[in-house]
Design a protein around this ligand. Sequence first.
Ligand SMILES: [Zn+2]
Length: 407
Amino acid sequence: MNTEVLKQELYEYISALKVVDCHEHIIDEKEAVESKVDFSILVNQYNRCDFSSAGMKPAELEEFYHPDTDLERKWNIFEKWYPYVEDTSYMKATKLVLQHDFGVEELTKDNYRQISAQLQARRQPGYYKKIFEDCGIRVVLNDDLIPYSQRFPENTDLLKRVVRAPDVPDGVQMVNEGFFYNGITCLADLRERVKWYIGTLKKLDNKGIKLMFGMPYESVDDIEAAAELQRLLRSQTEQGSTRLFWYTVDLVLDEAAKEGLPVSMHTGYWEDFRGYSPEGYIPLFFRHPDVRFDLFHLGYPYVKPSLMLAKNFANVRVDLCWTYIISQQFAYDSLCQIVDFLPRNKVHGFGGDFRQAERVYGHRMMMNETMSAALVAKVSDGTLSLEKAKLWARSMLVDNPAEFYNV
Ligand SMILES: [Zn+2]
């Protein structure tokens, strides 16, 4: 089969799969419908990081993204900075949405007003269903970023919640905030509370726990944890305790193992990304062999350690969520390595990481393009047959995440 035909066949096969989206931060549809929006939502979130990296100052960013800023002023700001960031993968995802939804190649001074009006008009109850159908996404594992300690999550058929827990405890929380730490006076209380919380998540059909640390794991014993708890209770200030946090993390993971809830873990790229290096969590993977971990974003830039962790630990998988828009080249290179390095059941192939549902389509298209190109390379070099390449795609995009997250 010549390469062009092969390319077409794999691209069409992957594009037709109804995938499991392993990660988004999609806001409630009701909130989306009630929000005032304009073209700037198509270049928010991660494009914002590129604008900032290019030199846009916080005040200008604030003005650009504020919903009440005059539209012409927004355009003037955008026009000034766009040339520096127009070729990044983040912006490519935006352009794909512009082509698909509005039939234009990019934002221009002739179309930004109309696109803004159309974005607003399309936000009607029920519009999420159409968007995700268009994206070929069956179900989303969603971390909606609402503080977990203030409410139990709700699931819809489309958006299944993965909840962040725990956060770093402080004295105020012990006394009067939320329901996670509130009223705790000893370690036995804390253990009971964690058991109740994780058990309730499971009963409510929550699909997993999300962890995001920013620092390497530390082990804390009962004696130190008890002393920390008493210190917080005495101080009743907002001074947080990372030592008690780590103790609570171990409790959460023990309960997650008992309830069979998997754990999604942010690794790599964010702020001081050294604290998210997956190597710092190795003691955690040893300590909790019965917890199933999903390492997000291939730990970029710690890609090789992430892949090595999935190869080394039976309870660790890697997840390509967010990778295709960080850099399509990096995602392509990683997929090429994954195929002859990891067992086929250790990889999750797609997730988006967006707040606004309108933006997911571009990422899905970039995944189709990248994964088919990488699998074509592996068929061309003789590593895989065409049938095996399709099996890899299906495993990464549908079977593995469906089994892991029980969706
Ligand atoms: Zn995320």
